[in-house]
Design a protein around this ligand. Structure first.
Ligand SMILES: Cc1cc2nc3c(=O)[nH]c(=O)nc-3n(C[C@H](O)[C@H](O)[C@H](O)COP(=O)(O)OP(=O)(O)OC[C@H]3O[C@@H](n4cnc5c(N)ncnc54)[C@H](O)[C@@H]3O)c2cc1C
Length: 455
């Protein structure tokens, strides 16, 4: 097999192929602590599209499984190495090939950090709207492959809503260009949509034409509202949306999350705050927008509802939300879930999460992109255990089934990866599963693209 690796080395510039186990260690696992990684045969640090094409031609010739990888921040095990695979890292494809302010588009390579696309847009009074909490460490390629969401989805939609076209290298090494650079365009099948959210199972995205939007004139106004229970906060979210208010951000944290942050950062929320809602409005009249949301929160039983007096204060509040994961990580090992329900069913889903936690005796902390009906119940358990305890899987199973029963989905934004594969057929049903397999076989007949993920 080393002859084969030498062949790959010759096909790409020097120093791009790693085989030293110590150097490869950083590319084996992602941010899913509950999945054990395999040992890759080699890692390619691709620097241009032609490196990716050469690698996929090589992988097909030698039947080597390929695990595409961006920032490695997957919470579904999607970027975890399998034994004997080629880890194909696109993290060094970092060029912004073109930024067209007049047409509000940018062509970014797959390895550009999400926040860097937004920073480049900001120089022209524009913004890149998708903003996963991982925006400083995740890449555009990974965001596209998972169809990532984020905090501003409630107003601007998910990654799919900001992509016009892709450059993708197919298994075998052919380079495909999908979509277009126009705002409208319907020629042929929606191949861009097919690759968005395909989690590295159909090809490797090397570059994308992304849509930008006008940047709001000033930092959004921000509201923080505390509630005596998570259920009351969820009802306030439903009431805000029912009142046809249009927040640009609507995030929710439960009491377990708040206490974890409190113990770490001494935030000073009183015992009457058992759930915290953070809302923003970046529209034409942001102060009026948050004032109306504040009124709704008070009507729905908020124990406090304060509008931030400055941008610094607003940023601090958002920082609290971004601290949720690291704060909970301090409590033990975590399994992060990602169910999404129709927004009107949010209060019911919150109640079902609390019931499942009680019934199975597990510690669950929930943070939510509440405006999208997207909940992340995080199961916290003993770090020393070799596997996820069965009662955690039992509670997770109950939560997935509750989400489906309420008309929702298993994953709002993190993807299926490895950890949700076993529930896929339950949500999709036999016809949709058959279509998935037919597409996979048509594009990747040897089954070498990210095997064991999604399907
Ligand atoms: C602290 C934290 C906060 C997070 N917050 C959010 C959030 O708010 N919203 C959200 O949606 N997610 C969130 N995530 C999850 C994660 O950041 C997203 O799934 C992100 O889109 C992954 O990007 P990445 O570059 O790290 O990709 P990776 O983790 O490297 O890969 C993810 C998947 O995409 C595939 N892939 C990667 N690059 C390519 C490519 N170029 N071509 C084809 N396939 C590819 C991989 O094979 C894998 O299946 C969070 C994660 C962390 C650790």
């Amino acid at each position: 097999m080393s002859d084969a690796v030498d062949e790959l080395r010759k096909a790409v510039p020097d120093g791009r192929v790693l085989t030293d186990p110590d150097l490869m260690a950083a590319y084996r696992r992602d941010e899913t602590p509950t999945v054990s990684p395999g040992q890759p045969r080699c890692v390619l640090l691709a620097g241009r599209t032609s490196d990716v094409a050469a690698a996929l031609a090589w992988a097909q010739r030698h039947r080597v499984p390929v695990v595409p990888r961006g920032g490695g921040t997957s919470l579904a095990g999607g970027a975890t190495a399998t034994d004997g695979c080629l880890v194909l890292s696109t993290a060094r494809l970092t060029a912004i090939r073109e930024l067209d302010p007049a047409n509000e588009t940018v062509v970014a390579e797959a390895g550009v950090l999400t926040a860097d696309v937004d920073r480049a847009a900001a120089a022209h009074g524009l913004m890149y709207a998708p903003d996963p909490s991982s925006l400083e460490i995740s890449t555009i390629g990974g965001n596209l492959a998972t169809n990532a969401g984020g905090l501003r989805c409630v107003k601007y939609g998910v990654t799919r809503d900001s992509v016009l076209g892709l450059e993708v290298v197919l298994p075998g090494g052919r380079v495909l260009r999908t979509g277009r650079r126009t705002v409208k365009g319907v020629t042929g099948y929606d191949l861009t949509g097919l690759f968005v959210g395909s989690e590295g199972t159909l090809g490797v995205i090397t570059s994308a034409t992304l849509r930008l939007r006008p940047r709001p004139a000033r930092y959004p106004s921000t509201l923080a509202a505390g509630f005596p229970s998570f259920g009351a906060a969820a009802r306030a979210v439903a009431a805000i949306l029912a009142a046809r208010l249009r927040p640009s951000l609507l995030e929710l944290m439960d009491s377990v999350t708040l206490r974890a942050i409190e113990e770490w950062q001494n935030t000073g929320f009183g015992a009457d705050v058992q759930a915290l809602l953070i809302a923003q409005d970046d529209g034409e009249q942001p102060d009026l927008g948050v004032a109306r949301m504040r009124d709704v929160c008070l009507r729905e039983g908020a124990s406090m509802a304060e509008v931030s007096g400055s941008e610094a204060e607003s940023r601090q509040l958002l920082e609290l939300r971004r601290l949720s994961y690291p704060a909970l990580d301090r409590l033990g090992a975590t399994l992060t879930e990602d169910v999404c329900v129709p927004r009107t069913r949010l209060p019911e889903m919150v109640a079902r999460v609390e019931q499942a936690a009680r019934r199975h005796g597990v510690l669950v902390a929930t943070v939510a992109h509440a405006g999208d009906g997207n909940l992340h119940p995080l199961f916290v358990f003993d770090r020393g255990l070799p596997d996820v305890p069965p009662q955690v899987w039992a509670a997770a199973d109950e939560i997935f089934r509750a989400a489906l029963e309420l008309g929702g989905t298993l994953t709002g934004e993190h993807g299926v990866g490895i950890i949700k594969r076993r529930w896929l057929g339950t949500e999709l049903g036999p016809e949709a599963m058959a279509v998935h397999h037919a597409i996979k076989n048509a594009l990747d007949p040897d089954g070498i693209m990210n095997p064991g993920k999604v399907l």
